[in-house]
Design a protein. Structure first.
Length: 312
């Protein structure tokens, strides 16, 4: 039962970025070729007047193209916004005026989204009040003080390209509790019988080939934030579910994903894994990458990467 719940949680959190990320025959946790492993918004919930910085974890040199839509993208390739930028400007003008950020967010590795949409418009659109409608928006329902727009990123390298979308919450109610990104503060690696040493993102860490190592991430339990979740008997306060995906260029992780669910799996299960380093036959090069991606269930993302120096 515990394994089934963790599997369901992991699927829910990583599914938005799975499409097009890797060949279907390759393990999801394998770093090879062009991969888009995660898209992050800092912060993931944006208050009126604030700005979110958007960046991505990409495994190869690539070009970037960012865009956004006030509702879900549609069309066969999920690249069409159901409401045009001109029509959105007209809706905003009719609602009393306000600035609409350009849909095109640029072609740099980092993009920015400035929340300038009128909070009254987002609240009315969420609740389906009056004459305000945003074509393509979901039916009025869960209005928790946050309106979710969709960010789209296309990365390309040579003939390969990957498109992914992620939600960004725009706060329209001052009483809404904003989510924050969880954080990986560091990591350590150790082999049985020897003291651990820190993984340094800025310098290679020396490990021996064909040896099983223990990996331990430094994630503070407070990053599983409390929030109100809809329950059978009404709203209930519960900690966020968290998932770590462990990506490797070569070698084998004991688990591709680990998770924390309050009352189901412990926090220790989230932060610990075991890694068997590759043989010379598997990887001739003496360098290999490992990357850890941390997600919460409300759109928060963080990651940490390291390079390993493989010795005999």
């Amino acid at each position: 039962m515990r394994h089934a719940l963790v599997t369901m949680l992991v699927t829910m959190l990583v599914a938005p970025l799975c499409a097009g990320c890797a060949d279907e025959l390759s393990p999801y946790g394998r770093i090879e070729g062009l991969r888009l492993l995660a898209v992050r918004a800092s912060p993931p919930d944006v208050a009126p007047g604030e700005e979110a910085v958007l960046d991505a974890l990409v495994t190869a040199e690539a070009t970037y193209r960012w865009s956004w839509c006030p509702v879900r993208f549609g069309g066969p390739a999920l690249d069409q916004c159901p409401i045009s930028e001109a029509d959105l400007r007209a809706v905003v003008a009719d609602a009393g005026g306000g600035e609409v950020p350009p849909y095109d967010l640029g072609d740099e590795p980092t993009a920015r989204f400035h929340h300038t949409l009128p909070p009254e418009l987002l609240e009315a659109a969420c609740e389906g009040a009056g004459e305000i409608r945003l074509p393509g928006a979901a039916s009025p329902g869960r209005c928790d003080g946050r309106w979710e727009i969709e960010i789209r990123l296309v990365v390309a390298a040579g003939d390969a390209s990957i498109a992914a979308t992620r939600r960004l919450a725009l706060i329209y109610d001052e009483g809404a509790v904003a989510n924050r990104n969880p954080r990986i503060d560091g990591g350590e690696i150790s082999v049985r019988g020897a003291p651990p040493f820190l993984l340094d993102p800025a310098a290679p860490t020396t490990v021996t080939r064909e040896v099983e190592y223990r990996l331990l991430l430094d994630i503070d339990p407070s990053h599983a934030e409390e929030f109100e979740r809809a329950g059978a008997d009404g709203p209930e306060t519960q900690k966020e579910n968290l998932v770590v995906t462990w990506f490797v260029e070569a070698g084998e992780m004991e688990q591709e994903r680990t998770g924390f669910i309050e009352g189901v799996s412990s926090f220790d299960n989230l932060v610990e894994n075991h890694y068997l380093t590759p043989s010379r036959d598997e990887l001739e090069r003496d360098r290999a990458r490992i990357v850890f991606v941390l997600r919460d269930e409300r759109g928060g993302v963080d990651w940490l990467g390291a390079e390993l120096e493989l010795v005999e």
